[in-house]
Write a protein that binds this ligand. Structure first.
Ligand SMILES: [Zn+2]
Length: 429
């Protein structure tokens, strides 16, 4: 095992790998703060360099555990394998920007086993939790984390409890739960409740459940979640012929995925597997864009938003983004952009109708964000036409189709005759 410690990216304090929760010097108990998301797993890079090279990696089957030395699980018996990772990196060819010569590629994370990128961070964090002795798994989620965790728990043969929020951070505002995600989580056999209470109360409840039952609440192993997200960056580099893209656009709520991607690129560069690093851009919904506000106002630490304005992307609507993601944006020379509901819908439709990729609306923020950055002049010509820009399509459209019934009205009833169908097609031309 090459993982050594957990280190706070804000204050530098080191913790043993068995430490649970946030940095105790930076994060207050039970509060929502950018400093709750600061711990990162450290690796013995010198030892890894002696052990691992590009040729060895390239020989292995694709997927999460292809990178086992770069992940924090000691005993392979605890590496739960549902087939996560190994997703396609698709060059766009038919949307207007691609036709005009821009080099845009999408990492299609919706093809992971439970339909979202969460199979990577939750696969790794759950494996670590079980290796450290957890007797069950629990989480607080608006859906995708719950599906990923419930599937892993099913395969590992342990109990799972999902506290399902109406929309992230809106537990006490009466938002309705996502039906598709609830059904999927239930099918895997997890117990699901919709908790009443604000996030502060729920974190206290989470700690109590851990203490009483000996289960692991996955937000208490945050560093191991972003460690799983690193594998997305590893795959992108390999798929580009051992090169990093010029920029990566990530639909961003708390920012754990963006930070994990950044750690992955940095580790590959430290190992000498790639020569350059990409600029990291967070994409957030208008009305829930704490990282955009922080970046534009040069805040030292992203401030907590007083409230979230309603939007069509609940999975990435949080009152605050993590400091770890903010630092990654800054260190990489990237930034953050906000996109409106109309931009998300246009991106979703274009990806589906021109490229054959059906992504969840929050995921379409990747393309919407690239378009926003182009409009704002944040990307250089060399980046967009030669090196290439990658968007992370975080989850599958089937995760939330019911939300689009206002956009795609029910199909018209048409007589089953050639004349009737011909007139319908002419009408639609
Ligand atoms: Zn700290």
């Amino acid at each position: 095992m090459y993982a050594t410690t957990q280190r706070c990216v804000f204050c530098g304090t080191e913790y043993p790998l068995t430490h649970r929760g946030s940095c105790t010097r930076c994060a207050g108990p039970g509060e929502e703060s950018a400093l709750h998301e600061t711990l990162a797993v450290q690796y013995d890079v010198a030892a890894l360099k002696r052990q691992l090279d590009r040729e060895e990696l390239a020989r292995r089957p694709s997927g999460l555990w292809r990178y086992r030395e770069l992940l924090p699980v000691v005993d392979p018996a605890f590496c739960i394998d549902l087939g996560a990772g190994g997703t396609r990196l698709v060059p766009l060819t038919r949307i207007s920007e691609a036709v005009e010569g821009l080099k845009l590629l999408m990492k299609v994370e919706g093809s992971n086993p439970t339909g979202s990128f969460k199979d990577r961070p939750i696969g790794v964090a759950s494996s670590v939790a079980l290796e450290q002795g957890a007797r069950g798994l629990a989480c607080l989620t608006s859906g995708n984390i719950g599906s990923a965790m419930a599937a892993v728990a099913a395969k590992a043969g342990v109990s799972a409890l999902v506290l399902l929020l109406g929309a992230a951070g809106l537990a006490d505002q009466g938002a309705s739960v996502n039906v598709e995600k609830y059904v999927q989580i239930s099918a895997y056999g997890a117990k699901v409740v919709t908790p009443i209470g604000n996030l502060g109360h729920l974190y206290v409840l989470a700690d109590r459940i851990e203490a009483e039952l000996g289960w692991s609440f996955l937000h208490n192993v945050q560093a191991y979640q972003s460690d799983g997200d690193k594998t997305t960056a590893f795959e992108i580099c390999e798929q580009l012929g051992w090169q990093a893209p010029a920029a990566v656009f990530v639909p961003t709520g708390t920012g754990t995925n963006l930070f994990g991607l950044w750690q992955g690129f940095v580790l590959f560069k430290e190992l000498g597997f790639i020569d350059t690093l990409p600029r990291m851009f967070a994409v957030q919904p208008v009305g829930a864009a704490s990282l955009v506000a922080a970046w534009e106002a040069h805040q030292a630490i992203p401030a907590v938003l007083e409230r979230i304005e309603p939007n069509l992307a609940p999975p990435i609507s949080h009152r605050v983004g993590g400091y770890h993601a903010y630092k990654a944006m800054q260190e990489s020379g990237g930034g953050a952009v906000a996109v409106a509901d109309g931009d998300l819908l246009a991106a979703l439709k274009d990806l589906a109708a021109y490229e054959g990729i059906y992504a969840e609306l929050a995921s379409a923020a990747a393309l919407a964000g690239i378009r926003r950055a182009l409009a704002l002049g944040l990307l250089e010509t060399e980046e967009t036409r030669q090196v290439g820009i990658v968007g992370i399509l975080t989850s599958h459209g089937l995760k939330n189709s019911l939300a689009l019934t206002q956009v795609f009205s029910p199909p018209p009833k048409v007589e089953g005759t050639w004349e009737a169908v011909r007139s319908y097609l002419e009408l639609k031309r």
